[in-house]
Design a protein around this ligand. Structure first.
Ligand SMILES: C[S@@+](CC[C@H](N)C(=O)[O-])C[C@H]1O[C@@H](n2cnc3c(N)ncnc32)[C@H](O)[C@@H]1O
Length: 242
């Protein structure tokens, strides 16, 4: 098992531990991203540019793809547009100032998260569940939830409370009833939370976990033996890939 930036790990029921790389669009972005710029097709250009390009292509009867250099912040902005997330949290939550890292060993993070009422958070809490540990902004799960509205439920666990709150605000605003986010230290709360889910737990992803490079901070890493053992214990037989 690798641990650190640039890796995306999934655990399925058929795997004994974290051994599959989740090649989602988002994970793929992280794996091959050569900072600070990369080449993408014209679909990521500003909207008015895309429109003009599409018109020219159709009148000429040919499809052309322009290649444009795009910077990482622009790509993130495009993801917000794709998910219709732009400006959707500012009114209710105000400015979301987020700490870059937290120390998961702090006593405040040792309190187990409350198990949600699954009937309240999901339309159908018996659907197969995918869990993203350390989900960050939650955009990856929202992206999946939008594409699979009635076949799976998605749960994001995130130790930075404001990120989880904002993600739930977004999910609610987008009327997604198959995705939910819990402010939780996965190391402390994973087993208790997921054991209580009524449906089968089919897949877990851990994308780009904080590497905590210094040896003295390795103990802060989220991917530790007890968590992996809990995952393997609770996964339903016949896990799936996204
Ligand atoms: C490098 S970020 C990656 C975020 C997201 N998975 C992505 O790929 O964009 C690692 C995330 O894991 C979260 N995290 C770290 N330790 C955690 C823990 N013990 N429980 C839950 N989340 C944790 C951090 O707050 C952060 O959002």
């Amino acid at each position: 098992m690798r641990h650190g930036h640039g890796c995306g790990l999934t655990v399925t029921a058929t795997a004994t531990a974290c051994r599959k790389i989740l090649l989602s669009r988002f994970a793929f972005r992280k794996l091959r991203q050569p900072p600070p710029t990369r080449r993408l097709v014209s679909s990521v250009q500003p909207r008015h540019h895309c429109y003009r390009a599409a018109t020219a292509a159709s009148s000429a009867g040919a499809v052309e793809q322009e290649v444009q250099l795009i910077r990482s912040p622009e790509l993130v902005a495009q993801e917000y547009v794709d998910l219709s997330l732009a400006d959707k949290f500012s009114e209710e939550l105000g400015h979301v100032r987020i700490r870059q890292h937290v120390n998961p060993l702090r006593s405040t993070f040792m309190v187990p998260a409350e198990v949600p009422d699954w009937n309240e958070v999901y339309k159908d809490p018996t659907l197969p569940l995918m869990v993203d540990i350390g989900c960050g902004s939650g955009r990856f799960l929202m992206w999946l939830a939008k594409r699979n509205p009635s076949s799976k439920n998605y749960l994001g666990l995130e130790i930075r409370r404001k990120l989880a709150e904002r993600a739930n605000y977004w999910a609610n605003d987008l009327a997604l009833n198959n995705v939910h986010f819990v402010f939780a230290n996965a190391t402390v709360s994973f087993k208790q939370l997921i054991s209580a889910y009524p449906g089968p737990f089919m897949l877990v992803s851990i994308l780009c976990p904080d590497p905590h490079f210094k040896k003295k901070y390795h103990k802060r890493r989220v991917v530790q033996k007890p968590l992996v053992e809990s995952i393997v214990d609770i996964l339903a037989p016949g896990g799936q890939e996204v």
